[in-house]
Design a protein around this ligand. Structure first.
Ligand SMILES: Nc1ncnc2c1ncn2[C@@H]1O[C@H](COP(=O)(O)OP(=O)(O)O)[C@@H](O)[C@H]1O
Ligand SMILES: [Mg+2]
Length: 366
């Protein structure tokens, strides 16, 4: 099913949770909604599911106006972070639930339901667990059952809200690959919420970055990583070194820094802000260097440094530990950015501020 969302607005009391969301998802796509806690991901998913209603905006699925359609008629499979399996039902009965509670007129026969459940059990590779109760399952197994229950009704759309949130990293990785294969085998359209970058980028065809009720960027993992569209995305993607720079002939300049590795860009002359990941800061110990190492400690695989540059900015840098010359507190160094993203405007005049958070407006916008 294709989804089309336009100018979606939602507020709870005085909190604007969605502030004009536009999004298109194509049939068969697996899209991740990625963003910090409180950015409105769950609210957007609930509106699509029919569990919340927006204050304004448009939601169309295959061209049909879903805001006119009650939740039960949307045929959606929904899996939440905190798996709400029915504790007093076996795995089989949990998976059968959505079919067995249908009105008689559209309920499949008992045998048909049983056959569907067996098919799902083997498809989800939990055939041996059918007779167990949720309390007798591991977290990963419960999530498979939760997904089985969501898939039983043959949903038009699969909505997953941090489905692996509560699980260990290694189980999450397994389930990720498995979910990708389930998605491909069912040819469903899947929207997946996470605040875990790696999860979003590994799993999804496209990633939607949300910040404070707005979509900040939509794209592939590589594109978002290399070309964050806004300061918010740059920060969110880990570019925590934020430097005031001077823009001249499409290049960023800053005293004591070698910024010649950054690509020339069409930027207005004047003030700018450069965002760099700590791992993209090159630190070369050099008595003639204008930067000073304030602290250095090793995590085993990397050096974490705190430095002060020629302009007095405190920055962090992260370097592989192996093959580094000795980095000592108090030593002088030269700095180079091997990659980064420049936005026009200073950090203090608002121009390079993230588009979020934005102060709340008093009246409801419709
Ligand atoms: N039912 C509700 N009533 C009041 N505030 C809510 C409700 N649901 C969500 N919120 C608020 O809306 C904001 C976004 O929430 P949510 O959509 O859950 O974000 P996310 O899933 O990205 O963490 C948060 O500030 C949250 O506290
Ligand atoms: Mg949420």
């Amino acid at each position: 099913m294709s989804i089309r969302i336009r100018q979606m607005m939602k507020r709870f009391g005085s909190t604007e949770v969605l502030r004009g969301v536009d999004l298109d998802v194509a049939q068969g796509e697996l899209v991740a909604l990625l963003g910090p806690s409180g950015s409105g991901k769950t609210t957007l998913l609930k509106i699509i599911a029919g569990l919340e209603w927006p204050d304004a905006g448009e939601l169309r699925v295959e061209g049909e106006d879903w805001l006119q359609l009650e939740a039960q008629r949307r045929r959606i499979g929904f899996v939440f972070q905190h798996y709400a399996l029915f504790p007093h039902m076996t795995v089989r009965d949990n998976i059968a639930f959505g079919l067995s509670v249908r009105p008689r007129a559209i309920r499949p026969g008992r045998d048909q339901i049983a056959a569907k459940v067996e098919e799902l059990l083997s498809f989800l590779q939990i055939g041996h667990l059918g007779g167990r109760y949720p309390a007798e399952l591991s977290g990963g197994q419960r999530q498979r059952v939760a997904l089985g229950r969501a898939l039983a009704i043959e949903p038009k759309l699969l909505l997953l809200d941090e489905p692996f949130g509560a699980l260990d990293a290694s189980i999450r990785r397994d389930l990720r690959r498995w979910l990708r294969s389930v998605h491909e085998a069912t040819n469903s359209t899947t929207l997946f919420v996470t605040h875990d970058q790696e999860e979003a980028f590994e799993l999804a065809d496209r990633v939607v970055i949300m910040g404070a009720g707005r979509i900040e960027q939509v794209g592939t993992a590589e594109h978002i990583h290399d070309y964050p569209a806004t300061p918010f995305v740059a920060r969110f993607m880990g570019a925590t070194v934020e430097l005031p720079v001077t823009l001249r002939a499409g290049r960023a300049e800053r005293a004591g820094w070698d910024l010649t590795a950054l690509p020339r860009a069409a930027l207005p002359e004047g003030r700018g802000t450069l965002f760099v990941r700590p791992g993209d800061v090159e630190v070369r110990p050099d008595p003639a260097g204008e930067a000073r190492i304030l602290s250095a400690f090793s995590t085993g695989s990397t050096w974490r440094l705190e430095l002060e540059d020629a302009g007095g900015m405190r920055i962090e840098a992260e370097l592989p530990r192996r093959g580094q010359p000795e980095l000592q507190q108090g030593a002088s160094a030269r700095l180079r950015a091997t990659a980064g993203r420049v936005f026009p405007g200073g950090t203090d005049d608002g121009a390079a501020q993230p588009s979020a958070p934005i102060p709340l407006s008093k009246e409801i916008r419709r």
